[in-house]
Design a protein around this ligand. Structure first.
Ligand code: SAM
Length: 264
């Protein structure tokens, strides 16, 4: 998978060279390039922001700079008869089917979920645009949608971060670990929270010793009876999800339940 990230702090993404993401890059599974948005500026200050139209605090990221950068990375021409800073916004060239999915992190967008991560893990090329300040000019995603690009805006949670870099790192890790070949043991991504038909929270986990500081692991886990262990874990998943995330239970498809579940 090819991944391009645009940010005013591309150094943030040096951490992606560590651990499993680093290994996936060495294996050639991932090719990650972090670009500096300021490389597409033309003024001495390399400015990427301006005051909000309509007033208000803070600064907003300018569409012209983003457009020059995204046009180049998406392989699109600037609108006919203008440069990237032009005012005429007409749908232009046909978008190639190989165009990347363009993703902007945004706290006021729909929540990014495991389902999105699973879908995007099958994509060949992702392009992320990191917002800063009060965010980016809203016409940027509108414009690229009008060009036929698959543009997504996602929030990673109900809180506000300083910039999109951390949000992109979170989404990237969730997406790439689902790629075939990324995990040493592919089973470890099958039995997880938010995964599969039911998309429940996972059961609690224990390792050895069986008693630690006076606290025992549940007896059934030591029984060697796989049927009983599976039933115990499934009951725990249903009970924990009901308690901690009743919204997930409310969305649960009845087809994902078996007879024994219905008694739980
Ligand atoms: N003014 C915006 C608002 O109130 O919705 C907040 C802008 S925030 C300070 C700057 C940038 O950080 C955003 O454009 C976005 O890229 C990123 N960001 C902040 N919180 C985020 C979240 N919860 N999910 C995804 N991106 C986030």
């Amino acid at each position: 998978m090819k991944i391009d990230i645009v940010s005013v702090f591309p150094e943030y993404f040096e951490v992606l060279n560590l651990s499993l993401m680093g290994k996936a890059q060495s294996k050639g599974l991932l090719e990650i390039t972090a670009h500096n948005l300021r490389d597409w500026t033309h003024d001495v200050h390399h400015s990427v922001d301006d005051t909000p139209v309509g007033g208000g605090a803070g600064m907003v990221m300018k569409p012209e700079v983003w457009a020059e950068c995204l046009d180049e990375l998406l392989g699109l021409d600037a609108p006919a008869g203008t440069d990237a800073a032009g005012t005429a916004v007409q749908p232009t060239s046909e978008t190639s089917s190989a165009a990347p999915v363009l993703i902007f992190p945004n706290p006021s967008a729909p929540l990014f979920t495991q389902r999105d991560a699973t879908e995007l893990s099958h994509t060949e090329h992702l392009l992320f645009g990191c917002g800063r300040y009060e965010g980016y000019d809203s016409r940027i995603p509108d414009y690229y949608r009008a060009q036929g690009i698959d543009v997504r805006e996602y929030s990673i949670g109900d809180y506000v971060l300083n910039g999109g870099e951390v949000a992109v790192s979170v989404m990237l890790e969730a997406i790439t670990r689902l790629m075939p070949g990324f995990m040493g043991n592919p089973d470890s991504i099958v039995e997880e929270s938010y995964t599969g038909e039911g998309a429940l929270l996972e059961h609690r986990q224990y390792t050895k010793p069986a008693v630690w500081r006076g606290i025992s692991v549940p007896e059934v886990l030591l029984s060697g009876d796989h049927g009983k262990v599976d039933r115990f874990r499934r009951d725990e998943e249903l009970a924990r999800t009901n308690e901690i995330r009743p919204d997930l239970i409310a969305r649960l498809d009845c087809k994902a339940l078996d007879k024994a579940d219905r008694k739980t």
